[in-house]
Design a protein around this ligand. Structure first.
Ligand code: RIB
Length: 296
């Protein structure tokens, strides 16, 4: 079984700041790092570091070939990573003293993915394979629909939340992964119980995975629930913690592990990720996560 991740590839410009810049404020940062990122790229790397055979499909711009190399170094298959004219997608990321981030995105090449490309790539996979998606590229709804029509299982990390999500056929998903902001956006509800109850009723055949920050995470499928807590660590940079969680959760699911075990594995991996700076570079290897779990 293979995982095909149709996903964004961003250049992350990361600025260390005391606090996030406020409206009307001009703020200086004396520290800039240029990293490989994008929820898509980060999740492909997380899957691959978790030991899953992963194919990435996506577009880079003229200055983005190092992103493809980054995937290759992590063992991700890149024959469906294509260079297109125009600027690469990028993100301007502020990281404050507590390790929290604030992200401004420009889709660039990620927004050029079209249906013909999607069809060509899907033709190379079978119903045994799994598709992973995030909401940072064009054609997400189309990919979901086509992959499901071909009998593939599809996971969507519904990040970032925007109106495009509302017209997607989310009922075809096998897994829907959201944080509280995305869950609230999709359901129109505030409390975690209300989010879970609304989304499980709306998508009865989809496993909902809801991350709740310090409250841990929940899976819900119909009336069946599982929960796991977090592993408290000193955060340095929370960028890509959610991406790490998604990759490792899927690894657990593909192994046939119980939902609670999958949450525990994913929480341990993202706890390790937040102790390290950067996006893709912060994703731990599988053995590190197992060692961490053994000691916690
Ligand atoms: O989830 C983190 C990612 O979000 C960053 O790498 C940035 O590129 C944005 O897409």
């Amino acid at each position: 079984m293979r995982v095909l991740n149709f996903g964004s590839l961003n250049i992350d410009y990361v600025y260390q700041v005391d606090h996030f810049v406020q409206p009307g404020e001009t703020l200086s940062s004396d520290h800039l790092q240029i990293n490989c990122g994008g929820k898509g790229l980060n999740q492909s790397i997380a899957l691959s570091r978790a030991g899953v055979e992963t194919w990435h499909a996506g577009y880079v711009g003229k200055e983005g070939s190092f992103l493809r190399e980054k995937l290759e170094q992590a063992g991700v298959h890149t024959e469906f990573v294509k260079q297109v004219p125009g600027n690469n997608g990028h993100a301007i990321i502020q990281v404050d003293a507590s390790g929290q981030n604030s992200i401004l995105l420009h889709s660039g090449s990620n927004g050029q993915i079209d249906e013909a490309f999607v069809d060509r790539v899907l033709d190379r996979f079978s119903s045994e394979d799994v598709v992973l998606l995030q909401n940072e590229i064009s054609c997400v709804g189309y990919i979901l629909e086509q992959a499901a029509r071909r009998g593939m299982r599809v996971a969507l990390n519904a990040a970032p939340a925007n109106n495009a999500l509302l017209s997607m056929p989310l009922e075809h998903l096998t897994w829907l992964l959201v944080n509280e902001v995305e869950g609230s956006f999709l359901s129109g509800q505030q409390s975690s119980e209300a989010i879970v109850s609304c989304l499980t009723q709306r998508y009865p055949r989809t496993m909902l995975v809801l991350t709740l920050g310090t409250e841990g995470s929940i899976t819900a499928l119909g009336n069946t629930r599982a929960h796991a807590g977090i592993f408290p660590v000193q955060a340095v940079d929370t960028t890509a913690a959610g991406d790490t969680f998604t990759g490792y959760f899927l690894r657990g699911m593909l192994d046939g592990a119980a939902p609670e075990e999958c949450l525990r594995l994913a929480s341990a991996a993202s706890a390790l990720a937040v102790t390290r700076p950067g996006a893709a570079d912060s994703v731990p290897a599988y053995q590190e996560v197992l060692d961490f779990l053994e000691h916690h």
